[in-house]
Design a protein around this ligand. Sequence first.
Ligand SMILES: [Zn+2]
Ligand SMILES: [Zn+2]
Length: 85
Amino acid sequence: MNRPNDHRKGQKECRIKDLHMCQLCASIDRVQAHHIFEYAKGGPSTVEGMISLCLDCHQRMIHKDSNIRIKKKENRITTFGRGGN
Ligand SMILES: [Zn+2]
Ligand SMILES: [Zn+2]
């Protein structure tokens, strides 16, 4: 289940799918794949389970503020919780 190759492949496919663009702010600077469902909690290493975020959004919005969550549904991205602006 936890094969690193799948993980890498998923991240790569995710970035390609999202055109190497942050799905929150549309930045193309240092975009990386973020797990919508935490990898540590068994989130799938698939394109569906990931979203492309720039380093800024990734670090500041997602991981530092645990109240912010991203929901991705049929290509629509919704953030909810406290934070931002
Ligand atoms: Zn961003
Ligand atoms: Zn992340």
